[in-house]
Design a protein around this ligand. Structure first.
Ligand code: HEC
Length: 499
């Protein structure tokens, strides 16, 4: 062993590598916050390993993607756990990258001489978001399909290049097989190569420049601006001094990183085991009644778009991300004051808490807006006629008068008469009764407050769709309870009287 090592050392300078990587001195009093970067790297490793396992049973075509995930979950050893790890790992990446950026921001570590590494970090952040966006589509379930539909639509509102951008993302005008193949290629080929390359440069710079010390260390007697010709010399001296009483990277810093890594992996395992990764019904491009929801880290942006008036939407959809990129990239260039502690940087403080507060508010608002996850009537999946009926039920605003399982969408401007609750209407009336009733309720009750939906309001086909849907409403018991129809039809005479 010794001889092999000596042989290797002779050729690749192991001792030199060790000196550069492990023996380097770090500023003392690094905080636990300084472990966030390495924690991100840990999760990335988890993503690579679980991603490879997932790719082994995944098939990137609309016909097979969903089934391949089902197969993985049900028949591959620990398949569900691996998928859970990858799912939660994705969120963890976003959380950790953001936390790491916030740490660097609050400690002013993006200032001289680490501007370039900040830029690389911003690049990494967007690559991670790209992973999230492309990965979301891959299970090809309802959530995946409709969230990507919305996401690509938003890209389409970009002025001038919008249309081209959508075509580029979707691989055509429609979301389909080409999109899935494209997203998969980006997710497993392009983005990983990009991420690994940028991370390598990022880490090389960290090793070369050393970790930034705590903010107050670089404030004492510092020239006011980092552009001051005296600043580099001041920096060298102070940084060297901070390392004078410093700690070695190995084992002190590594130990801390390892503790955090173990904790992070443990949390991921718990989440993957107990919560797993959800899977909704397979994507159904005809089900326009599905309410799409993006992954949580896109929620603030998504919610904001819902709040701005329609005429402003395009501007915000394209402008805000562009502005964000610009501000993040320009940050080290317009902030040249040498102050690093957040306490001494009022504008930075305001910006940080402003952005965090606004995001929290928007996430909160969108959680409040959330429609009930599963329509209450679904004891079994609806067929396409019933789904069309459900969509019409919404479009015709039946819910403005009628409640279904406690959900109604009262229209405050109209003076709504007391309408029966339809939660278990399917237990009391047959679809054919519903059909004649909807056509013209006044045939049934002369003073009915229910509007007639017969032609020209709705076609017979549409009324049939709603009726089929209503027949599926069986209340909390679902299909378990046998319907007892109490259909009574108006006298034929009365029918004739009606024009
Ligand atoms: C303006 C309020 C209003 C709207 C909108 C409305 N309804 Fe009604 N609906 C009523 C009222 C009031 C009754 C009870 C009156 C009656 O039985 O004739 C009723 C009765 C019904 C019944 C019979 C319930 C029972 O137990 O006898 C059904 C089924 C029904 N509505 C379905 C619908 C559907 C489907 C839509 C949408 C296409 C709709 N309603 C839209 C007010 C409304």
């Amino acid at each position: 062993m010794r001889r092999i090592l000596a042989w290797l050392d002779d050729r690749v300078d192991l001792v030199g590598i060790r000196r550069v990587l492990l023996d380097r001195k770090m500023p003392s009093e690094l905080t636990w916050w300084h472990t966030l970067g390495s924690a991100t790297l840990t999760v990335f490793t988890v993503q690579v390993v679980t991603g490879i396992v997932l790719a082994m049973s995944y098939s990137a075509s609309p016909d097979h993607a969903y089934d391949s995930i089902l197969y993985l979950q049900q028949h591959v050893l620990s398949g569900a756990l691996v998928r859970g790890l990858h799912h939660w790992g994705a969120s963890a990446m976003v959380v950790l990258v953001m936390a790491h950026m916030i740490r660097v921001f609050t400690m002013g570590s993006y200032k001289y001489p680490r501007e370039v590494n900040w830029l690389l970090g911003v690049g990494l952040f967007f690559i991670v978001m790209g992973f999230g966006f492309t990965g979301y589509l891959l299970p090809w379930d309802q959530k995946a399909y409709w969230a990507t539909q919305v996401g690509t639509n938003i890209a389409g509102t970009t002025p001038v290049v919008g249309e081209t951008l959508v075509k580029l993302l979707r691989g055509g005008t429609q979301l389909g097989a080409a999109t899935l193949a494209r997203f998969y290629a980006l997710h497993v080929l392009l983005l990983p190569v990009l991420l690994v390359s940028v991370v390598l440069v990022h880490l090389t710079l960290v090793v070369r420049q050393g970790i930034a010390p705590r903010a107050h260390v670089l404030e004492k007697n510092a020239p006011a601006r980092t552009t001051d010709p005296a600043y580099p010399a001041y920096y060298e001296e102070t940084y060297a001094a901070s390392k004078g009483e410093g700690v070695p990277f190995w084992p002190n810093i590594i130990a801390k990183d390892l503790i955090v890594a173990t904790g992070v992996i443990l949390v991921l395992l718990l989440l993957a085991h107990f919560k797993g990764a959800g899977l909704e019904p397979p994507a159904d491009p005809t089900d326009t009644s599905y309410v799409p929801r993006p992954e949580w880290y896109f929620l603030p942006f998504y919610q904001l778009l819902k709040l701005v008036p329609g005429s402003m939407e395009a501007a915000v959809a394209a402008g805000l991300p562009a502005l964000m990129v610009l501000v993040l990239l320009m940050l080290p260039f317009f902030d040249k004051r040498s102050k690093r502690m957040l306490a001494h940087r009022p504008v930075a403080r305001l910006a940080l808490f402003g952005v965090l507060g606004a995001s929290a508010f928007l996430i909160g608002a969108s959680v409040r807006d959330e429609p009930p996850a599963v329509p209450p009537e679904v004891g079994h999946p609806l067929n396409s006629v019933q789904r069309a009926g459900r969509a019409l039920f919404k479009a015709q605003q039946c819910g403005s008068c009628h409640a279904v399982a406690g959900v109604s969408t009262p229209d405050k401007n109209s003076d709504v008469p007391d309408a029966p609750d339809l939660t278990d209407i399917g237990l009391h009336h047959s679809a054919s009764w519903m059909h004649s009733f909807l056509e013209d309720p006044s045939r049934f009750h002369t003073d009915s407050k229910m509007p007639a939906f017969g032609p020209p309001t709705l076609s017979h086909e549409e009324i049939e769709e709603i009726s089929q849907y209503l027949a599926t409403l069986r209340g909390p018991h679902g299909d378990a309870k046998e319907p007892q129809f109490v259909d009574t039809f108006p006298e034929p005479k009365k029918l004739q009287e009606h024009p």
